[in-house]
Design a protein around this ligand. Structure first.
Ligand code: PLP
Length: 408
């Protein structure tokens, strides 16, 4: 492949001219141009290596050679729609079924999480003959019109809530979203996949095995779906890739690996919670972890600006992370499953450094004067906590000057 020759600014200009501004960039003020990837790393046009802590779609790592090879080999032979008989689609369905309870055994392959959720919505409506939907507050289900209607996270900024949508509060926080396809792999392969819950449906009271009955009924609904199959979902290349991903998960024992690294990361992030009051909570499972940043313990006000600042400082340190939740104050970790113990250690150390800076950076001037007075500190001796943060130093000098004026 040709080396990247277009300067980042030129790419940005072209993008601004040719793409809709609603296709958002990460870090819009200073976007990152990524031209290459491997494992848990992304590389920019200058060859700088970024640690990817947030890309949950590349489950087993970016450009895994086994996965790339499988796609390439299948592409050389055939890729066509799924209305012909082909072994890849049945092999993939079979391999997936081996990871699930036996009752969950009918598959429907689609092209995206949004398509899957749209189909689920349609099946439910076809079966119940009702339109109403109950959704969790702040939930996101995808970008199709049908899904924006049932995603409070989206519809609040767009058309508003439809009368047939009923929003219920989530009892838990931090809340983070997780791509449904990634969830499928993680939830079903790394945890015990559950049968459908039984508090809904006609079997809940008097059936010896309500979950199984419910699953069978769902199977019938899927079978009679007014849907003749999508053209490209389950195509030979996608299924070859899916099979390769399952192979890598097994051969590299990535589930056990994610469990180990995830609990190490949770433990070390929890230690940071003891040190930095801005961390309100750390929760997660495996490598899917949320860190809730709050301004105060009592009201738990979301520390939105601090979270944004933290993400931008991490980026300066070549670590890519993002925020989520209604207050955009939850740091969301969902790295590729090959994320290592060293990566986790490095991430926590950087987070610790930046959080150490943060307490001072975000105090307002009154609080700074107050804390200096209370602690009987002379402005001359006020030091930036890290003592070496270039980004903050100019700002700090200016503040020390203002403190001196306040003390004069
Ligand atoms: C929770 C959740 N649901 C649905 C989707 C939509 O999936 P897709 O972008 O593949 O259509 C996403 C995407 O990130 C998601 O996080």
């Amino acid at each position: 492949m040709a080396a990247d020759s277009r300067a980042k600014a030129a790419t940005l200009n072209l993008r601004r001219r040719l793409l809709s501004s609603s296709c958002r960039l990460f870090f819009p003020e200073d976007p990152v141009k990524i031209i290459r990837s491997q494992g848990q790393y992304l590389y920019d046009e200058q060859g700088r290596e970024f640690l990817d802590c947030v890309n949950n779609v590349a489950h087993v790592g970016h450009c895994h050679p086994t996965v790339v090879q499988a796609a390439h080999e299948q592409n050389l032979v055939l890729n066509t729609n799924s209305r012909y008989l082909h072994d890849n689609i049945v092999d993939y369905a079979q391999r997936l079924s081996e990871t699930l309870p036996k009752e969950l055994s009918v598959f429907y392959f689609l092209n995206s999480g949004s398509e899957a959720n749209d189909l689920a919505l349609r099946l439910a409506r076809q079966y119940t003959e009702h339109q109403d939907v109950v959704v969790l507050d702040h939930a996101y289900h995808g970008h199709l019109s049908s899904l924006i209607d049932i995603s409070p996270y989206k519809f609040r900024d767009l058309d508003g809530q439809k009368e047939w949508v009923h929003v219920v509060c989530t009892p838990t926080s931090p809340q983070v979203s997780f791509h449904p396809q990634a969830w499928m792999t993680w939830q079903c392969l790394s945890l015990q996949a559950p049968l459908p819950d039984t508090y809904r449906g006609p079997y809940r009271e008097d059936h010896p095995n309500p979950a199984e009955a419910y699953a069978n009924e769902v199977k019938n609904v899927v079978n009679i779906a007014q849907e003749k199959g999508r053209k490209f979902g389950g195509n030979p290349v996608s299924c070859a890739v899916g099979l390769a991903v399952l192979d890598v998960l097994e051969t590299e024992q990535l589930q056990a690996h994610a469990t180990n690294v995830g609990s190490f990361l949770m433990e070390h992030l929890s230690q940071q919670k003891a040190k930095h009051p801005i961390i309100g909570d750390v929760r997660g499972t495996g490598l899917f972890i949320g860190v809730d940043l709050i301004k105060d313990e009592t009201l738990r006000t979301p520390a939105t600006e601090e979270a944004e600042y933290l993400i931008s400082r991490l980026k300066e340190n070549y670590i890519l992370l993002s925020t989520d939740g209604p207050g955009r104050n939850v740091l969301k970790f969902k790295p590729p499953m090959c994320f290592s113990l060293d990566n986790a250690q490095h991430l926590v150390a950087k987070l610790d450094d930046i959080l150490t800076d943060l307490w001072y950076f975000f105090l307002d001037m009154e609080e700074k004067v107050r804390s200096c007075k209370t602690l009987r500190i002379q402005p001359n001796s006020v030091k930036h906590p890290s003592g070496k943060r270039d980004l903050c130093l100019a700002h700090l000098h200016q503040e020390i000057h203002q403190l001196q004026l306040a003390f004069a």
